[in-house]
Design a protein around this ligand. Structure first.
Ligand SMILES: [Zn+2]
Length: 478
């Protein structure tokens, strides 16, 4: 409700705070002194606790799935704007429910890196570009207690009472609350997310300890998109240790990795689009195209859309089918909606996508925000058929699958092709599949229940395989 008093307050806040600028700077400098930020060039802290996989809930509106953090070490270098997380984690959800690489078997090591505008992951000896994580990692760097104050001083922060506010254009907006002693106790950031648009992040810092003149919290809690993402107990802090993180050449030269599309025709008018981590399928109908999956982000989706248009010139893309609501699989849907393509999802995710596809993206305006169209989302329940009288596409619910409640698979009965996400990812050729997850067993059970006659799988991760590979993976008893 907009009362006259609220209006007056809004007007007062809009007045430039020139008279207070000196006070603001003094507040920030006092905070820097209290935290020991001035002389702090780098920092390493370690601990344990739990973290949660953003965007990987079992159903929209449910919490992000939890993982045990056996160890977590974050190294930051404020002078080179770089960060490294070394993580050892284990499965926490029992039975596994939701995504985020569940089920984790034994201890899983993860190694996440940021240097300037480069983000990458290290797996074994390989550095894998991960620009999709850039906004989140830069936010992590500049929302550490010392990072907030350094960034606030560098970005002309406004200060009102104990609240600091600043923005890094195109990257993030930050508001932070200081304790009377000048310590950062709460941070509210907004970053861009390919699915949610403007995405709120909340961080609390508690139980500050002194380590050689540097103050650092012993408890760090984070939430993003409305649910917890981290609860860390810090056990070790090392100020000003050497932190030397530079992007390898192949990361620097990666360019636009998500825009690389490799196309293979698998049947007349059916194409399998790969080239990265998440695939799509393009299906030609009499007077339009249907695309299966709009994964990752704008860059990927716009490349897939462009490729689809060259495969069947003049035919508009009418539908994009979303396998499920996990963010890595649905991050391109905003771009499809921006192009006027109708999104088909399982009914249980329809309301979520209606909201998220229309959500504002003011931190970094994306294709959907620039296009300004009203998204159109349609649902599918147990089964939905798309047909032009010649070709038939069946969408089936993968019922009872704990990876996600609303998983859809796409079946072409005439071609005996079936596309699915995350319930069976074929291993590289010549390697044995891992023990089947409960998700894979459920998928095979669904195929049997529905009596679908399948020759080949077009998985949205991995590679095309004969259906026999699935039955080998789950054991011949199926
Ligand atoms: Zn998933």
């Amino acid at each position: 409700m907009r009362t006259p008093l609220a209006l007056l307050a809004a007007l007062l806040l809009a007045v430039p705070l020139t008279g207070h600028a000196q006070d603001g700077r003094a507040t920030l400098e006092a905070a820097a002194r209290a935290l020991g930020a001035d002389a702090l060039k780098s920092l390493e802290f370690s601990g344990n606790g739990v973290h949660f996989a953003l965007g990987q809930s079992a159903a929209p509106g449910q919490p992000w799935p939890r993982f045990n953090l056996k160890s977590f070490t974050r190294s930051v270098n404020y002078e080179t704007a770089s960060l490294r997380d070394e993580i050892v984690r284990t499965q926490a959800e029992n039975p596994p429910r939701g995504g985020g690489q569940q089920p984790v078997r034994g201890e899983q090591r993860q190694s996440f890196h940021l240097s300037g505008d480069h983000a990458w992951n290290v797996m074994g000896t390989a550095a894998i570009p991960a620009p999709i994580t850039l906004a989140e990692r830069q936010m992590q760097l500049w929302t550490t207690p010392h990072g907030v104050v350094k960034a606030a001083l560098a970005n002309n922060a406004t200060v009102q009472g104990n609240m600091i506010a600043f923005a890094v254009p195109g990257r993030l907006r930050v508001r932070a609350a200081l304790t009377p002693q000048g310590l950062v106790e709460r941070v509210e950031a907004v970053i861009h997310n390919a699915v949610l648009g403007d995405t709120p992040v909340e961080i609390t810092y508690a139980d500050y300890k002194d380590v050689g003149g540097v103050r650092f919290p012993a408890r760090i809690r984070q939430a993003a998109g409305g649910f917890p993402t981290l609860d860390l107990t810090v056990t070790d802090v090392k100020p000003n240790v050497a932190v030397d993180i530079t992007a390898p050449d192949d990361v620097r030269q990666a360019g636009a990795p998500y825009a690389r599309v490799a196309t293979q025709m698998v049947a007349d008018g059916v194409w399998y689009l790969t080239g990265g981590s998440h695939h799509s399928v393009v299906i030609e109908m009499k007077d339009h195209l249907v695309v299966v999956e709009g994964p990752l982000n704008d860059e990927r989706a716009l490349a897939v859309i462009a490729e689809a248009r060259t495969l069947a010139p003049g035919k508009p893309i009418r539908y994009v089918v979303a396998s499920h609501h996990h963010f890595d699989h649905s991050g391109g849907l905003r771009a499809f909606a921006g192009e006027g393509v109708t999104v088909i999802t399982h009914e249980s995710s329809r309301a979520f996508f209606e909201r998220s596809l229309a959500a504002p993206a003011t931190v970094r305006p994306d294709h959907a925000a620039k296009a300004g169209r009203t998204p159109v989302v349609e649902g599918a329940r147990d089964k939905r058929v798309l047909t032009d009288g010649t070709r038939t596409i069946e969408l089936h619910h993968i019922a009872g699958n704990a990876h996600a409640d609303g998983l859809l698979m796409v079946y072409l009965p005439k071609e005996k092709l079936l596309s699915e996400a995350d319930v069976f990812t074929p291993p590289p050729a010549g390697t044995a599949p891992p023990p089947p997850s409960s998700f894979t067993v459920n998928f095979a059970d669904n195929l049997k229940r529905l009596g679908l006659s399948v020759d080949r799988l077009l998985p949205l991760h991995g590679r095309i395989v004969p259906i026999a590979d699935l039955y080998t993976a789950v054991g011949h008893g199926h």
